[in-house]
Design a protein around this ligand. Structure first.
Ligand code: SAM
Length: 335
């Protein structure tokens, strides 16, 4: 296993398969920036499934046991199940997951992904209130279709399903209890995420963050909660169980209680840059190496050396100044 300068092992790989998304959530891809004139990556800039699988195989040699496919909206990438099948064939890769907004997750797609070897899905859903949800995705997408996608994923056996909710003050903090109530007792795990200062386009302000502590107070006033141990080293969500046995929720406090110390995630952008931190400014261009004939051994050395040199801990150092530094956009690097 390969460790970085703080002794953190390389365990997870997040692969962004596209920088495009069909939603325009203002906290991630605001319309004003990602409008008709925005230049997205061209098809030939994207790593092919074969290139991605080749890199994943090398990452696994360095300790990666889990891959999450993300984006952009990963289901915009045609035949994603072909990539899943290639990843599923890699020995030592125990877990393949997908993060999606659910808009394209039909029953057929969920089944095809499951059959190809996908284990689990995380579906983003910021509100059950249709008007709030339509405003948050900013493309007028109805909440009912995301709920259908959640059912489709459950029926395909992509469980446990996680429902990720970014909470932004004044926007959807009024939806927190509804979401918890709706999914209590279903086996799905709702995870509330503090709004983060990723990228430079979302006009992030600390005042808009609803802290994990506030969320916990809000939720536990309604339902007594008991803390649960992390499932594994590096798990990002704090786990809480409903005392009455109705299941589990998660709270992800990346802003108020950062967890850089246990961050074991490397990220691959859709154009093949390796990033060592969600808040990094630049990534290392692996695509150039891939396309100029580098051998697996050469790629392996580069990846290992990058990880060994890693000293990022952005969220622990977050301040007024760091918030303004140039950072890669989440749609490019993958959430
Ligand atoms: N399109 C897919 C989706 O919606 O799940 C995958 C990519 S999206 C960037 C991954 C996750 O990042 C989503 O749950 C999204 O809500 C979250 N996200 C985006 N911007 C965020 C921010 N500023 N703070 C916290 N989470 C954010």
């Amino acid at each position: 296993m390969t460790h970085d300068t703080f002794g953190r092992p390389l365990r997870d790989l997040r692969i962004s398969v596209t920088d495009r998304c069909n939603f325009r959530c203002p906290y991630c891809m605001p319309k004003e920036v990602f409008g008709p004139h925005f230049t997205f990556l061209h098809r030939e800039d994207l790593l092919s499934f074969e290139e991605l699988a080749r890199l994943a195989r090398i990452f696994v040699k360095h300790g990666v046991a889990k891959v999450r496919l993300t984006g952009g909206e990963p289901l915009l990438r045609r035949d994603l199940e072909r990539l899943v099948a290639q990843l599923a064939a890699i020995e030592g890769l125990d877990d393949i997951a997908l993060t999606t907004n659910g808009s394209l997750l039909t029953r057929e797609k969920a089944r095809a992904l499951k059959d190809a070897g996908l284990r689990r899905v995380t579906i983003s859903l910021d509100s059950l209130d249709d008007a709030v949800f339509r405003a948050m995705n900013d493309v007028d997408f109805p909440v009912a279709r995301v709920l259908d996608a959640i059912d489709a994923a459950a029926d395909a056996g992509l469980a446990p399903i996680k429902i990720d909710v970014v909470v932004k003050r004044g926007m959807n903090d009024g939806s927190v209890l509804d979401l918890a109530r709706h999914f209590r007792g279903t086996g799905h795990i709702v995870r509330f995420i503090e709004y983060m200062d990723v990228g430079n386009t979302n006009q992030w302000r600390a005042e808009d963050v609803v802290s994990g502590r506030e969320l916990l107070e809000m939720l536990s006033r309604e339902w007594p909660l008991v803390p649960a141990d992390a499932n594994y080293f590096g798990e990002v969500a704090g786990r809480w169980l409903y005392a009455d046995g109705a299941g589990e929720i998660g709270i992800i406090t990346s802003v108020t209680q950062p967890f850089c110390g246990s961050c074991t995630r490397a990220r691959l952008s859709a154009s093949g840059e390796m990033y060592l931190c969600l808040f990094a400014g630049t990534g290392y261009d692996l695509r150039r190496l891939l396309r100029t004939g580098a051998t697996d051994a050469e790629l392996s050395d580069v990846i290992a050396n990058l990880w060994r040199s890693r000293d990022d801990r952005y969220s622990e150092l977050r301040s007024q100044e760091t918030t303004a530094t140039r950072k890669v956009e989440m749609s490019h690097i993958g959430g």
